[in-house]
Design a protein around this ligand. Structure first.
Ligand code: FAD
Length: 479
C-alpha cells in the first residue's frame, strides 16, 4: 500500500466525515481539533454558538451511505423525521405544509450525537489519530506542514502530510493562509439578523407539539422555528434583526415581545425558562462566505463551512459540506480508475493525478456551493414571510400537482435541494426554466380566459363586433 498521509484541521461535522473517507481509502490521517472531545461525558454539552440540532436530508445521507450504509442507518436511528412545516399563526392556529407530495421528509438530528458517531467511526481505523485541544497556528503549504498549539501544554508542534484539508469552519485559518498563496476570490457577508436558542421541555413526558414537523412562527421581518430532539424537547431558534435584539433588554421586555408575537410558544416554553435563556444564551451572528478556488496545487483543499459558510435557512450547510467530501472522493477515485487502476485506495494517486483531481474538484464544486449560498439567503424570505402569502401557496399547490403528474419534468425547488443530489447550480437553472414556463402558462391561461369571456359576452349580448366574431369563427372551425 502506498504511504499517503493527510492532516485534517477541524474535527467538526465535515472534518470528522472527511477523516472517515480518507481512512477508508487507505490514507494515514491526523485530525486536529481545537476543542475538547465531545465524546467525553464532561464535554458532551459543548456546542459553541451553534445550533443544538440540525436538519439532515438526502445529500447528507448520500455521503454517509457512500462511506458505509451501516453508518447511514445509525444516523437515521438518531434522527426524527419532519414531514412538513407547521405554520403557527398569531392566533395560535396551526397549518401543516408537507415538504413533498410523495411524502419525502427531512430529519432532525442532534449536532453532538452526529459528531460522536462520526468521530467513533474515524477512531475505528487504527491509522487515524485524533488530536483534541490542538489549534492550528500556521500552515506552510509548499512544505506540506501544519503548525499546531497544544492547549494543554502550550507547546507547538509541526505535523507534515501529503495533503492538508481545512475543515475548520466559517472563520477558517487554513483558508486565510491559502489566500496568501493563490489568487482567491473571496467574499464574507454578515446579514443584519442574529439568532438565539431556547428550549421547550416535554410536557408530561411527551412532546409539547407535533414532533414530526419543523415548526415556524413567521412574522415578516423575524421568525421563530423549532426542531424536535430525541429527549422529547424542542430546540427553538429566534432569528431577528440585531436592532430588535438590542431593544429587548430586560426579562419583562422579552416576555412582552414573546407574548405579542409567539404567545402559544411562550406558554409551552414557560415565561421563566424563556427569560432565563434569553439572558443567558449567546446571540449568534449569521455570515456567508463565497470563495474560489477551494484548493492549492496538490497540497491543500478546504471543505465545508471553510469553503462556503451559508445562512442556515435551507438546512443545507452541513448537508453541502458532507456532499463536498463525497464529491472529492468520487473525483479522486475516478481519476485513479481512469489511469487503469482497479484499486479503491486513492493513496495510489501520483502527485500529478492528485493535482488533476483537486483542480477538477475546485473547478466543478465552486459553482454549486455559490448556488446553495444564494438559495439559502433567498429561503429566509420564504420562511419568515412567503409561507403565508397566497401567491406562494398557489404556486406550491400548482407545482405539487404538476410534480405528481410529471415527476421528472416539474420538480419543486425544495424537493430538488433537499431530496435529490442534483448539483445546486443545475437546481437553479432548472428552477428558472420551470418558473419561465409556469409564467408563460399562467399568461396563456389568463389570456385564453379573458378572450373566451369576451367572446361569450359578445355572443350573449348579440354585439356586432367583427373582429371578435372573426376570432370566434376561426375557433369554431378549428376546434
Ligand atoms: P464547523 O461545524 O464550524 O466545524 C469546524 C471545526 O473546526 C470546529 O470543531 C472548530 O472547533 C474547529 N476549528 C476551528 N478553527 C480551528 C483551528 N484553528 N484549529 C483546529 N480546529 C479548529 N446545516 C444543515 O445542514 N442543516 C441545518 O439544519 C443547519 N442548521 C443550522 C442552524 C444554525 C443556527 C447554524 C448557525 C448553522 C446551521 N447549519 C445547518 C450549518 C451547519 O452548522 C454548518 O454548515 C456545519 O456545522 C459545518 O460544518 P464544518 O465541519 O464545516 O464546520
Amino acid at each position: 500500500m502506498a504511504e499517503r498521509s493527510v492532516v485534517i484541521v477541524g474535527g467538526g461535522l465535515v472534518g470528522s466525515l472527511a477523516a472517515c473517507y480518507f481512512a477508508k481509502r487507505g490514507w494515514k490521517v491526523d485530525l486536529y481539533e481545537k476543542r475538547q472531545d465531545v465524546r467525553q461525558p464532561e464535554h458532551s454539552c459543548l456546542v459553541e454558538h451553534r445550533s443544538i440540532n440540525l436538519a439532515i436530508s438526502e445529500r447528507g445521507f448520500s455521503a454517509l451511505r457512500r462511506l458505509d450504509p451501516l453508518l447511514e442507518a445509525r444516523v437515521r436511528e438518531l434522527a426524527i423525521p419532519m414531514h412538513g412545516r407547521m405554520i403557527h399563526a398569531l392566533d395560535g392556529k396551526q397549518t401543516s405544509q408537507a415538504y413533498d407530495v410523495f411524502g419525502k421528509h427531512i430529519n432532525s438530528v442532534g449536532r453532538n450525537a452526529l459528531i460522536r458517531v462520526l468521530l467513533d467511526a474515524a477512531d475505528s481505523y487504527s491509522w487515524v489519530t485524533l488530536h483534541f485541544r490542538h489549534e492550528l497556528v500556521d500552515v506552510d503549504f509548499d512544505a506540506r506542514r501544519a503548525t499546531l498549539r497544544n492547549a494543554e501544554t502550550g507547546h507547538q508542534l509541526d505535523s507534515s502530510a501529503d495533503l492538508i484539508v481545512g475543515a475548520d469552519g466559517a472563520y477558517s485559518r487554513v483558508r486565510q493562509r491559502m489566500m496568501t498563496k493563490v489568487m482567491m476570490n473571496y467574499s464574507q457577508t454578515y446579514i443584519e439578523h442574529g439568532y438565539c436558542e431556547f428550549s421547550m421541555a416535554p410536557i408530561n413526558d411527551a412532546f409539547a407539539m407535533d414532533p414530526n414537523h419543523l415548526h415556524i412562527w413567521p412574522r415578516g421581518s423575524f421568525m421563530l422555528i423549532a426542531l424536535p430532539n430525541p429527549d422529547k424537547s424542542f430546540t427553538c431558534t429566534l432569528f431577528m434583526p440585531w436592532r430588535q435584539f438590542d431593544q429587548i433588554k430586560t426579562g419583562d421586555e422579552a416576555v412582552g415581545f414573546f407574548r405579542a408575537n409567539f404567545p402559544d410558544a411562550l406558554d409551552l416554553m414557560g415565561e421563566k425558562s424563556m427569560c432565563a435563556e434569553y439572558a443567558r444564551n449567546p446571540k449568534g451572528s449569521l455570515v456567508y462566505v463565497k470563495c474560489t478556488p477551494h484548493t492549492y496545487k496538490n497540497c491543500a483543499v478546504i471543505l465545508g463551512d471553510a469553503a462556503h459558510a451559508m445562512v442556515p435557512f435551507y438546512g443545507q450547510g452541513m448537508n453541502c459540506g458532507f456532499e463536498d467530501v463525497e464529491k472529492l472522493d468520487e473525483i479522486m477515485l475516478a481519476t485513479l480508475q481512469a489511469s487503469g487502476s482497479e484499486s479503491t485506495e486513492t493513496t495510489q494517486l501520483t502527485d500529478e493525478q492528485l493535482l488533476s483531481a483537486l483542480d477538477e474538484y475546485s473547478a466543478t464544486r465552486a459553482a454549486d456551493t455559490d448556488a446553495i449560498v444564494d438559495l439559502a439567503l433567498d429561503n429566509y424570505v420564504e420562511m419568515r414571510s412567503s409561507v403565508i402569502s397566497y401567491s406562494y401557496l398557489l404556486r406550491k399547490q400548482l407545482e405539487g400537482i404538476l410534480h405528481r403528474l410529471f415527476p421528472t419534468f416539474v420538480i419543486p425547488l425544495y424537493t430538488m435541494v433537499s431530496f435529490t443530489s442534483i448539483p445546486y447550480a443545475a437546481v437553479i437553472r432548472q428552477w428558472n426554466r420551470q418558473t419561465l414556463w409556469l409564467h408563460r402558462s399562467i399568461y396563456a391561461a389568463t389570456a385564453t380566459a379573458v378572450l373566451g369571456a369576451g367572446l361569450i359576452s359578445a355572443q350573449l349580448l348579440g354585439l356586432r363586433m367583427p373582429a371578435l366574431n372573426q376570432v370566434a369563427r376561426i375557433f369554431s372551425h378549428n376546434y
